[in-house]
Design a protein around this ligand. Sequence first.
Ligand code: ATP
Ligand code: MG
Length: 479
Amino acid sequence: MAARDAENDALDEARDAGGAEEADRDLAVLVPTAVVALIDRLVGAGHAAYVVGGSLRDALLGREAADWDLATDARPEEIVALFPGSVYENRFGTVAVRLEDDVYEVTTFRTEHDYADLRRPHRVEFGEEIEADLARRDFTVNAMAWGRAPGDEANELVDPHGGRDDLGARTLHAVGEPDVRFQEDALRMVRAVRLAATLGFDIEPATLAAITASASLAGHLSGERIGAELGKLLAAPRPSVGLALAQRTGLLAIISPELAAQRGIPQNKVPGEDLWDHTLRTVDATPAERPVVRLAALVHDIGKPSTLADGHFPHHEVVGAEIADALLRRLHFPREVAEQVVRLVRHHMFAADPDATDAAVRRFVKRIGPDLLDAQFALRRADDLGSGMDPDDPGVRSFAERAQRELRAAHPLDRGDLAVDGNDLMAELGLTPGPGLGRLIDELLERVIVDPSLNERGSLLRLAQGILSGVDRGAVGPS
Ligand code: ATP
Ligand code: MG
């Protein structure tokens, strides 16, 4: 019995060793030569140097690493001296090294202490050892390094926390005691649900339980840090994986009580599902490469919980646009992104009326905004999919085609598109600046939207004269 165990252990060890060697060989191929050269330069100058963090994790997963981060025992000024033209970004404690056209972030080993405010370590110290630098990282799969110290024969994997095994098991596992680590920095909980979605990993039970226990600490985080993680979460193949985890652990209620309130709100869409389920389905149904549409999908029904009355949600798109605006500001989404999302939410209930006149279709294009027309229909498609409905409804499709046709025809939709402007009207008709002039221009635009062929200087001036001489006095005269 004991002999068999020993034999098995020996076999396992052999297999493990083989695996490790294989991984090292693979990494020598997976890590770009420019990065290996960077390590060689640092080691040649007497420093330890390693590839670390997300890039190494992604390389081992066979995913294309976005950016290669390096860690070293060289101090920032030593790194700068080694790589002329590099820049010390003091705020991040990182040196940006430019080689050819790529920039690599090289960071001195760190150890962190005293997370008094649950956000950022009070004190960051430069360290001497890669092991200490790895110990401060969040999850085991993010706490591996590949490289060497001077005197080491070859670059190899440094994996003190079992990251490679967790990578194989597709599991997120906090480094150290999960409760302690989340109390140090509550963002790690948000990162956990984000990484679960982007990597398609599970969160192991103790780590998950710690998130549930400590979720309220996320209330101390800045909106900016949460927003950055939410943005990455939404770029995942299926954001619902992370969003559902955020909801179940209680993080969502802290990050966005407005969204968390969707749980339990009835919807007669997919049988047995509630409004939150509908939101998750809708988000997943949007294309990953359209972040604005995805974000709009997440918040499109955010006005429903507070407008629910008699099984209906009157004006939820109006209320929802306001709530979405406040949320996106709080989370520091870029202004133009927030503006577009809010507009998409505001108009997401549009009716695809088969009897709409051409003028009505043009007014629709104007209301949505030519820049968002396609996005608005993409959101509708996802909303229909998220409602268990046919996303290729012929009515919506033909309305979309008509709208696209009007858009391509480039008919005038704005004051600036008119063949006359305020100066022309003042010069030709002796008008003075003021609200009356503005109303006249709006009236002309309205006529041109109905009949684009009127958009010609002579016609517009005659039309303006007609309007002024009384036919439509009420619409433009002083009020
Ligand atoms: P991505 O691929 O999306 O960039 P990432 O894991 O690389 O994911 P980054 O924000 O680039 O995320 O962080 C780089 C590395 O820094 C992580 O892999 C992890 O080792 C470490 N790290 C980042 N944030 C934290 C944190 N809040 N606490 C501890 N370690 C962190
Ligand atoms: Mg990264």
